[in-house]
Every structure is written in structure tokens, then in C-alpha cells.
Write a protein that binds this ligand. Structure first.
Ligand code: F3S
Length: 95
């Protein structure tokens, strides 16, 4: 499965959700998560993210490995998101 990692935090560009063919994105308050059991590894979202927050699980950088479990945990608790939204402040300023 693909994993949303640290750069999404405080950002939420949401370009990724538009290309997901299986609607596996979930919306947390500060970032998005991918439901790992629904992700079909299509690779569409990875290139869409302007801040390169999405990785295939085996390629998640070491410092962000905790996001693998976090996506699984939070995907169960957060509502689906399938439409684009205004990014959070960090996304708007590019900071
Ligand atoms: Fe986050 Fe990138 Fe999607 S910032 S909401 S993973 S396009």
C-alpha cells in the first residue's frame, strides 16, 4: 500500500484524492491518510502530490516509517475524502 507521510502534515493539498481510483483517502485534521487495505498500488497519487508526501510502503524514508502504522490506524477513524479542498496554511504559503 501507499503511505502519506510528514510533508502532508499541515498541508493537505488534496490533489492526490482526485486521482485515486479506489477512493482510499481519509481526511484527518492536519493530514490525509491512505486506507492500506483499499489501496491497489496504482501509483497515481504519488506524482500528484506537490510536496512528495506519498510513498509506496517499501520506499518510505526511515525517519517517516512510523507513518505506515499511523495511516493504518487513522484510516479506520477518519472520514473518506474524494474531492479537492483548499489546502491548509502551510500549503498556501509553501512554507
Ligand atoms: Fe497531502 Fe500531498 Fe495529498 S500534501 S493531501 S498527500 S497531495
Amino acid at each position: 500500500a501507499y503511505v502519506v507521510t510528514e510533508p502532508c502534515f499541515g498541508c493537505k493539498y488534496t490533489d492526490c484524492v482526485l486521482v485515486c481510483p479506489c477512493d482510499c483517502f481519509r481526511e484527518g485534521e492536519q493530514m490525509l491518510f491512505i486506507a492500506p487495505d483499499e489501496c491497489i498500488d496504482c501509483d497515481a497519487c504519488r506524482v500528484e502530490c506537490p510536496v512528495d508526501a506519498i510513498f509506496p510502503e517499501p520506499e518510505v524514508p526511515d525517519e517517516w516509517k512510523e507513518f505506515v502504522a499511523l495511516n493504518r490506524e487513522m484510516a479506520d477513524r477518519c472520514p473518506p475524502i474524494t474531492d479537492r479542498k483548499e489546502p491548509l496554511a502551510k500549503g498556501e504559503t509553501g512554507a
